[in-house]
Write a protein of this length. Structure first.
Length: 132
């Protein structure tokens, strides 16, 4: 995997409007270079319009695992620069705070994340991430 080539393909695919293909390339870049906050941010940005909350949460969780608050700060800066809606930023802020708090705790078999969906919550457990 050539991370630079994957990143550039992600930029090209995003420019063509193919967010799904762009996401694929940005994730391959981020997996090969887990310290690349730009690749993680672009992966999240491409995942947002896909409407898959679990995918979005997994990407954010792994990015925060690798880069901590720097990953979310960079993502948030990119979203603000792109005039993201305030409601979206607030929802992402809440999610990021939970992920950051969890990443700072000693790993004891993972953590459970609960997301509000209308009148009910969805919950799932993330395991095997270790500490950030």
């Amino acid at each position: 995997i050539n991370p630079g080539a994957r990143f550039n393909l992600g930029v090209t695919r995003a420019g063509e409007g193919n967010r799904s293909a762009a996401l694929h390339h940005f994730l391959l870049c981020a997996i090969a270079q887990p310290q690349d906050v730009e690749a993680w941010a672009n992966a999240v940005i491409c995942a947002l319009p896909l409407g898959d909350e679990m995918l979005l949460l997994c990407i954010m969780s792994v990015a925060i695992h690798h880069k901590g608050a720097e990953a979310y700060d960079h993502l948030r800066g990119e979203l603000v620069a792109q005039s993201a809606p305030r409601e979206m930023l607030e929802a992402l802020d809440e999610t990021a705070m939970v992920l950051l708090e969890q990443s700072e705790r000693p790993s004891e078999g993972g953590f459970t994340l609960r997301m509000l969906d209308g009148d009910s919550y969805h919950s799932f457990t993330v395991t095997g991430l270790g500490t950030a």
